[in-house]
Design a protein around this ligand. Structure first.
Ligand code: V47
Length: 379
């Protein structure tokens, strides 16, 4: 049994060294405790360094959640509110624009915009939010609306995904975040978010976005009721779409935080679970350039270690994050650029500021410009 496992590890190591794609069964093996975590990390690090050398990326960004009122009741979500819930809010144009000004004042290159599917707000309001921000602050890249929101807009208006995304592009949308993917497999999805866009719709929205030239991200929410098979199945569905379109930029594994959610009885995944999931993702998603260790949800220490377990990006300074902090995240509300750069250096990596589309950002005093696409040679 032990030697069988050794043979399998040696076989997988050979494949990774040769750059050969791993199968579903190999993914399940990597995800299980049969594969020692440090060996798994070393393999993921090989791929990470092959793709991104010693660089670790970060950006200067802020979040905007213009409303938390949501028609859906995903059991894992602590952020959402009912229409008449005292904690429900809806931001005015002035409040939204003030956030844009604050972002620009802090040198942000990106605003990450997602929120609830408000019972009373029409599609036009969601387009309007993008339009006013883009018109006032054209230098700010708007990474906005998950596939779940796009599906909701299509449902409300009867428009196709292509029409919705074309409207949003015209209003100033820059790219799409990876949220709403959760776990694609219906055995899990039907229990944690049964009403919202299913796997095929989530995938179809991203396929359409890629066809329109929009870059998007992908996520996976792990550490709740899902099993190993569901996680590997999820990664393989993303890998298949990436083979087809090449439109994904980065994958972000999202560790479940149980506080104030309908799944509060569950334990949070451990740091070991986090590192294993990160490494498995790096190894299975051979066609993704980047894997993000989102420091807000991993915690700073684990995010630093993750830079040696497959991750090459920490996300950003992240002002005004609510989704994780409502669910019990104990990380700070914001990190300064100096702190982020120091954390990356402490982890033995070289910090590189990127914009949303992974161009190297070149700054002079308070002015910045997107540089070349990030390639080893251009830094
Ligand atoms: O889709 C919600 C997750 C996602 C909880 O694209 C939770 O660059 C854990 O997608 N515990 C939204 N997770 C966040 C997201 C994201 C974050 C950072 C960067 C990017 C990017 C995308 O957060 C949701 C859901 O999967 N989530 N509640 C919770 N209690």
């Amino acid at each position: 049994m032990v030697s069988e496992s050794h043979d399998k590890i040696a076989e997988i190591r050979d494949k990774v060294q040769a750059g050969t794609r791993l199968s579903l069964d190999e993914g399940l093996f990597l995800d299980s405790s049969a594969m020692p975590l440090n060996e798994l990390g070393a393999l993921a690090n090989l791929v990470r360094e092959r793709k991104n050398g010693n660089y670790a990326y970060y950006n200067i960004n802020t979040h905007l959640n213009a409303t938390n009122v949501c028609v859906y009741r995903c059991t894992f979500c602590a952020f959402r509110a009912d229409l008449r819930d005292p904690k429900g809010y809806l931001m005015s144009d002035e409040q939204i624009l003030a956030r844009g000004q604050e972002a620009v004042d802090h040198g942000c290159t990106e605003m990450h915009i997602v929120g609830g599917l408000h019972h009373q707000m029409k599609y036009d309001w969601y387009v309007h939010c993008i339009r006013i921000l883009h018109e006032a602050y054209p230098q700010l890249h708007l990474k906005a609306y998950t596939a779940v929101e796009i599906q909701w807009f299509a449902h409300m208006t009867g428009k196709s995904y292509r029409e919705i995304l074309t409207d949003l592009l015209e209003a100033g949308l820059g790219s799409m975040p990876g949220g709403g993917a959760e776990i694609f497999h219906p055995e899990v999805r039907d229990q944690i978010c049964e009403h919202k866009a299913d796997a095929s719709r989530w995938i179809e929205v991203h396929r359409t976005a890629h066809q329109l030239g929009l870059r998007t991200n992908a996520t996976m929410l792990y550490g709740h009721i899902e099993k190993s098979y569901h996680r590997i199945d999820h990664l393989l569905r993303l890998r298949a779409l990436q083979d087809e379109t090449g439109g994904f930029q980065t994958f972000i594994p999202l560790a479940f935080h149980p506080d104030n959610t309908g799944l509060e009885h569950l334990k949070k995944p451990t740091a070991l679970d986090d590192l294993r999931t990160m490494a498995v993702a790096r190894l299975m998603l051979d066609n993704f350039d980047h894997i993000k260790a989102y420091w807000i949800m991993l915690g700073i220490g684990t995010a630093q270690i993750a830079l040696a377990y497959g991750a090459d990006d920490l996300d950003g300074t992240v002002r005004h994050e609510l989704i994780y902090h409502d669910a019990g995240a104990e990380t700070p509300e914001v990190l300064s650029v100096e702190q982020l750069r120091r954390l990356i250096r402490e982890a033995g990596r070289e910090p590189v500021e990127r914009d949303t589309l992974y161009h190297h950002v070149r700054r002079e005093a308070d002015h910045w410009e997107p540089g070349d696409p990030i390639e080893q040679a251009s830094l």
